[in-house]
Design a protein around this ligand. Sequence first.
Ligand code: PLP
Length: 413
Amino acid sequence: MSEIYLDNSATTRVFPEAAALMAKIMTEEYGNPSSMHHKGVEAEMRIREARETVAKTLKADPKEILFTSCGTESDNLALIGCARANRRAGNHIITTPVEHPAVLRSMEQLMREGFEVTYLPVDRFGRIDPESLKDAVTDRTILVSIMHVNNEIGAIQPVARAASVVKGIRESILFHTDDVQGYGKVRLYPKKAQVDLLSASGHKIHGPKGIGFLYVAEGVKIEPVLYGGGQQNNRRSGTENVPGIAALALAASILSGHFDEDVKRLYELKKHFIEEVQKIEDIRINGVPLSGLSGNDASEIPSEDTPFDPSDLSRAALLFGAPHIISLSVRDVRAEVLLHALEDKGIYVSSGSACATHKKAFSDTLSSIGLEKPLLDSTIRLSMSVFTTKEEIDTTLEALHTLIPQLRRFRPR
Ligand code: PLP
């Protein structure tokens, strides 16, 4: 049985080129970048090149890229590091309830340290209203953190507009975005968007696990959360993961080499999937403002007179959210049951968000968008990648068309 992997928001298959580069560095160029001899200099060069490559994808300066061990560490460092470093300026932070636990749990830690946190509400597509920041910002606000792409439903937040509202109130308020799900899929240039800190992760972009980065705009103060040898300008101690850093950069540059074609193709697949899956009764697609979806209430949706053109990426983003994530609520079918029924056919999806699973709590994101209680436990996430094919999507659609009516026969009454 062939495998259809539709859980790319949980993690992705590493590009063979990136895996080969890692193996080469691990077995041949294994020096410690802090060593003063040739092996060290060679490793140091790998980091320098990687930093330049990553910076280029963000139109940033290489000095502004800090390598970390994962997206979680990037979020922790951005939030805890900035809050502590700027404590004298105030103790108020603003975020949203639909952030990843890496942000939400960092906020809880900061609250234990005496910071106050305001959570902005989101609409039923999972998006904040940037204007709501005007009321939320106070004299004590030092930091705002709003994710770019939501990991559970693929909603795209108006990050640039939100940052512009915040900076319009006070330039010195720092703006962080968790771009772990957006980097490589939905364009965001931090300087242009007035974003001071941006988190990303290697394993979501066909790089390895155990590597991430944090963009920190020049001049932004952060306190380290790791103390040790003072690597990376004292901001992140610990011997650098050279193979991971080089592989992350290679994966980022491969993706950016054909960004537009890939994203356009993913939007075509998403559109096709949504149209076809809607033919099943009582299905709801979450985080997609596009009208005409049977399970969705189309009344508040902007009218869309012009035909969809997937090559207009910003319009596609407005209508469809992120190109790669599809969140599906299937009435009267438990997500876990559907997940395993699909698994039996070799199709891998996730229930809610994989990073938050293994614990039985309803998702903050799904509750925040007002999903009815019975649907909270009936929501699966399919997430595509550059490797996903139309045939795989069609096979998955076929499986859903067969399985959902079958599973509904066993619904509890
Ligand atoms: N932020 C978001 C939005 C994510 O989706 C994830 C992982 O799924 C993370 C942060 C954490 O990234 P990592 O797995 O690299 O720690």
